[in-house]
Design a protein around this ligand. Structure first.
Ligand SMILES: Cc1cc2nc3c(=O)[nH]c(=O)nc-3n(C[C@H](O)[C@H](O)[C@H](O)COP(=O)(O)O)c2cc1C
Length: 299
């Protein structure tokens, strides 16, 4: 079940998505974290952030809307207080980094370079902050520039996380690849809104938020399919994966690895169950490795 993402070797191809697994501690009580291929930690910023005002999370018929706004204790706290805990497990640690400027992304990369983190995930796709985030992720030139600059400031394996809120995600993926990304992860949340008809106000305090969960899966599978045809680097596929069947769709579409997000809130054991389901599927279909399944869509 191990998978080599051209330099980052995971014990298995089931990882957890940033912002849905904290720094691992809460889930460590329920599952053996050694059984997770990689843990992408909550989005980190240079300084501590309180996030957006509440309400900032709401359920939708097929998922959820969130506008958490990158609440986190800051990168220095993470390195000192959270990383040692995570490093005690046999899983890869992905630091999700978020800046308002290229300088901030580079500074974060620099700070994490001499730590036990295995990879950086450049979040240029967060819809829940005023500056930075998706503003970077929408412009191919900016994606190229920020990727290249961060790459110059770190020896760590670099993943660039793409936003689905763009006209042509293939172009953005290709820019990240040209800038030196080792891998792409997609998708982040789709911008959405919910309205309370009695109060006649938006449900989320900030008005808009990011949609995740089963509702976004067909969009995510299509985007993984398209991007996998446009680049030559590995892809971590995510968006609405609730069970092993969903995960297999992503592998067939061209993802080398998957990430489980919103489903963790429903069932903290789900990533392990998905891993077992994939193993059983591979046996049933006669595949000798997960790699053999990647991109095998008959179309
Ligand atoms: C509550 C919440 C917080 C999130 N925080 C982050 C974050 O800090 N950084 C990031 O790159 N993505 C963040 N995401 C996006 C997820 O990592 C993932 O890309 C997205 O939710 C799609 O996967 P899913 O449908 O399986 O949840 C967050 C998602 C949710 C639901």
């Amino acid at each position: 079940m191990s998978v080599d993402l051209n330099g980052l070797v995971l014990n298995n191809p089931v990882t957890v998505a940033s912002g849905t697994f904290g720094f691992g501690r809460e889930y460590g009580e329920y599952i053996d974290l050694n059984k997770i291929g990689a843990i992408a930690v909550k989005g980190l910023t240079l300084e501590e952030r309180q996030g957006n005002p509440t309400p900032r999370v709401v359920e939708t018929p097929m998922g959820m809307l969130n506008s958490v706004g990158l609440q986190n204790p800051g990168v220095d706290y993470f390195i000192k207080e959270e990383l040692p805990y995570l490093s005690s497990y046999d899983t890869k640690i992905i630091a999700n980094i978020n800046g308002n400027t290229i300088y901030e992304y580079c500074k974060l990369a620099e700070k994490l370079s001499n730590t036990a983190v295995d990879a950086l995930e450049l979040n240029i796709s967060c819809p829940n902050v005023k500056e930075g985030g998706v503003a970077f992720g929408r412009d191919p030139d900016m994606v190229y520039k920020v990727t290249k600059k961060v790459k110059e400031n770190t020896d760590k394996y670099l993943i660039v996380k793409l936003s689905p809120n763009v006209a042509d995600i293939k172009e953005i993926g290709a820019s990240a690849e040209s800038g030196g990304a080792n891998c792409l992860s997609l998708i982040n949340t789709l911008i959405g809104m919910g309205i309370d008809i009695e109060k006649q106000k938006p449900i989320l305090a900030r008005g808009i938020g990011g949609l995740s969960g089963p509702a976004v899966k067909p969009v995510a599978v299509r985007m993984v399919y398209e991007v996998s045809k446009a680049v030559n680097i590995p892809i971590i596929g995510m968006g609405g994966i609730m069970n092993y069947q969903d995960a297999v769709e992503f592998f067939l579409a061209g993802a080398w690895t998957v990430a489980v997000g919103t489903a963790n809130f429903v069932n903290p054991m789900v990533s392990i169950e998905i891993l077992e389901g994939i193993e059983e599927y591979l046996k049933r279909k006669g595949y000798s490795s997960i790699k053999a399944l990647v991109g095998q869509l008959k179309f």
